[in-house]
Design a protein around this ligand. Structure first.
Ligand SMILES: [Zn+2]
Ligand SMILES: [Zn+2]
Length: 276
C-alpha cells in the first residue's frame, strides 16, 4: 500500500465565508481539509470548502469510501455538507464523526436540524449515499485500521469541539480548531495531543490586538497558537480559521510576523497541498 500522506486545504476561513477580491489569495471558504493516507480519504470538517472537494471527488466516477471528522457543528464547519455532491450518489459510503455532542445531542439530529424547514428546503433523507453517523466522546482514540491511529481531545469552545491527531506511517498531523487558550497557557492535554506533530493546523482567528475583547468566544490569537507550538514542539505550525475581516494584505502581514516569530510557521491558504 502507498504510504503517501498529503493535506489539502479546501477552506481555511472561520465564522462565515468571505469571498471577493480582497480575500481571493488566501481564500474565503470555511473549514474543510482533505487528508490522504495511503488509500484512505479522511476529511476534516464540512465548511463551504467541502462543496468544491465534493465536485473534485465526483470527477473520477469511482465509488467513494471516506471518513469525515467534524471539529464540531457550528455552522461554519458544517454549512457545506448539504452541497457535498458525493452524498447524492448511492455508490458512496461515508462515516461522519463528532466527539462533542453526547450525551445531550447526537450528530444525526444536529445535521437534521441544519437541514430543516423553514431554514432549508431539503432534509437529510435526500442523501443517497450510505452515511453512518458516529458519535463518540472527545478523549477517545479512534482506530481507523490501515495503520491509521486517531487520538482526540476536548477543546475549550462554547458548546464543545474536538481536536484530532492523526498518525500514519511514522508521521503525524494535528487538526485543532476551534479553541481558546486561557491566560494560564495551553491546556496540558492539548500540548500532549500536539506533541512533536509534523504538521499542526490550529485556530489562529485573531491577532493579539483583537483577542482582548473576545474572552470566552472560544478562539485563539496566532501568538497564543505559537505558545502551543513551542510547548508541544510542533514541527510545522499552520495558522488556520482566519477571521473573515482579515483581507489578503492583513494575512500577508500576519504570515510575515508569524514566520519571523517562529521559524517555519506557515499560514493555511485555500487550494494549497502539503506533503508530510
Ligand atoms: Zn469555527
Ligand atoms: Zn465554533
Amino acid at each position: 500500500m502507498s504510504d503517501k500522506f498529503t493535506v489539502r486545504f479546501w477552506g481555511v476561513r472561520g465564522s462565515i465565508p468571505c469571498p471577493g477580491p480582497s480575500t481571493a489569495r488566501f481564500g474565503g471558504n470555511t473549514p474543510c481539509i482533505e487528508v490522504r493516507c495511503g488509500n484512505r480519504l479522511i476529511i476534516f470538517d464540512g465548511g463551504t470548502g467541502i462543496r468544491e472537494l465534493g465536485n473534485e471527488l465526483m470527477k473520477s466516477g469511482a465509488p467513494l469510501d471516506a471518513d469525515i471528522l467534524l471539529s464540531h457543528c457550528h455552522i461554519d464547519h458544517v454549512n457545506g455538507i448539504p452541497f457535498f455532491a458525493p452524498f447524492y450518489s448511492r455508490a458512496n459510503e461515508f462515516r461522519i464523526w463528532a466527539g462533542h455532542l453526547l450525551p445531550n445531542f447526537n450528530l444525526e439530529d444536529a445535521l437534521r436540524s441544519l437541514m430543516s424547514h423553514p431554514l432549508f428546503p431539503i432534509e437529510v433523507e435526500i442523501f443517497q449515499a450510505n452515511i453512518h453517523y458516529r458519535d463518540f466522546q472527545a478523549g477517545k482514540t479512534l482506530d481507523f485500521g490501515d495503520g491509521i491511529a486517531i487520538r482526540t481531545v476536548a477543546l475549550d469552545h462554547p458548546g464543545g469541539a474536538t481536536g484530532y491527531r492523526l498518525e500514519f506511517g511514522g508521521r503525524s498531523f494535528a487538526y485543532i480548531t476551534d479553541n481558546e487558550i486561557r491566560p494560564a497557557g495551553p491546556d496540558p492535554r492539548l500540548v500532549a495531543l500536539a506533541r512533536g506533530a509534523d504538521l499542526a493546523v490550529y485556530d489562529c482567528t485573531y491577532t493579539d490586538g483583537e483577542i482582548g475583547s473576545k474572552s470566552g468566544w472560544g478562539h485563539s490569537s496566532w501568538r497564543q497558537g505559537l505558545a502551543l507550538a513551542d510547548a508541544a514542539g510542533i514541527k510545522t505550525f499552520c495558522l488556520f480559521h482566519h477571521a473573515p475581516e482579515h483581507d489578503d494584505a492583513t494575512m500577508d502581514k500576519i504570515a510575515f510576523e508569524a514566520a519571523a516569530a517562529r521559524k517555519g510557521t506557515i499560514v493555511a491558504v485555500e487550494g494549497s497541498i502539503l506533503e508530510l
